[in-house]
Design a protein around this ligand. Sequence first.
Ligand SMILES: [Zn+2]
Length: 154
Amino acid sequence: MTKYATLKQYQPYIDVIRKDLKIPDNVYVEVKFAALRSSRDGDCTYHHSRYMVVRVSKFLLHTEVLDTLMHEFRHVYQRVNKLLVFVKRGKELWNNKEFIQYSARKNWNGYYNAPWEVDARLYGEYNKILFPGGKLPVQRKYIGKVGKITFYKI
Ligand SMILES: [Zn+2]
């Protein structure tokens, strides 16, 4: 039986990504693993500053899921920090400068080169560092300090 990506499986990774991006707890991001249109790995739909929906293709390989989750949560980060601000349909502000929001289907180059996409791709690439070998970072439990030496439970 083919195993598809599920929210249950990826929730611990999502927690790490949210923490890495310092996304406040009062921002609700609904994550859905779905059968997306082919060629689409994921998307992020902005409803308002406290509610966004991230969709990820459930057919992706593990490292692709991590890359995509990080990419889409970077869009959440951009919205939360007002780096990317919705103006009106087809118009966005990036760093207070107006840009056209191109649809990937109608203008691939325009979409691909939008500064928020470049930024999100860079963050997606960082999955290799945040999740070495595709694994969750080892949580080291703090035990205490003796002099200058900090002790962790392995
Ligand atoms: Zn994107």
